[in-house]
Design a protein around this ligand. Sequence first.
Ligand SMILES: CC(C)(COP(=O)(O)OP(=O)(O)OC[C@H]1O[C@@H](n2cnc3c(N)ncnc32)[C@H](O)[C@@H]1OP(=O)(O)O)[C@@H](O)C(=O)NCCC(=O)NCCS
Length: 151
Amino acid sequence: MDNSHRYILRQVEYTDCDLVFKWANDEVVRNNSFNSNIIKYEDHIKWFNEKLKSDDSVMYIFEVNDINVGIMRLDRLDDKSLLINYGIAKEHRGKGYATYLLQMIKAKYNKNLLIGKVKPTNMASIKAFIKAGYIMKDELDVKVFYSSDKN
Ligand SMILES: CC(C)(COP(=O)(O)OP(=O)(O)OC[C@H]1O[C@@H](n2cnc3c(N)ncnc32)[C@H](O)[C@@H]1OP(=O)(O)O)[C@@H](O)C(=O)NCCC(=O)NCCS
C-alpha cells in the first residue's frame, strides 16, 4: 500500500445503518457467510441497534481517502479473544484493501487474540489473512485464522 492513501478505521454510527445493510446483503457476502440467508430490513435494524449498544461488539468502517470501502466487526468471545467479521464493498475488491484492513486491525488490537473463521472456498479471504500475517489452522469445514500463536 502506498503512502499517498489515507486509511482510517472509524467507528460505525447509527447513520451507517443503510450502508451496512446494503453491504450485508451483497451476494458474495451472503455466500461466504456461515448463515447465507438474505437479511430482511426490519431484522437488520434490530440487529444493528443491538450491536451498536453492545459492549461486546465493535464495528468500524474502513475508509480510504474518505471513501467508505469496507467494514470490520469484532465480537467478544472471552476476556482476550475477539471474532473477526469483515468485508470490502464489491466495487473496491481486488485492490489489496482486505489485506491492509486485516493488518490494521491486528496492529490496533495487538493485546487481543483476533480469530477469523473462513469457508475453505473463500480463496480471497484466505489469501488476505495469510498475506496479513495471521496463522492458519485447518478445522473440519473451516479455516481458522489467529492474529498470534499465543492461544
Ligand atoms: C474476501 C474479501 C474481503 C477480499 O477483499 P479484497 O480487498 O478483494 O482482497 P485483496 O484485494 O486484499 O486480495 C486478497 C487476495 O485474494 C485474491 N483474490 C481477490 N478476489 C479473489 C477471488 N474472487 N478469488 C480468488 N482470489 C481472489 C487477490 O488476488 C489477492 O491475492 P494476491 O495478493 O495473491 O493477488 C472480499 O472479497 C469480500 O468482501 N468478500 C465478501 C465478504 C467476505 O467474504 N468476507 C470475509 C469473510 S471471512
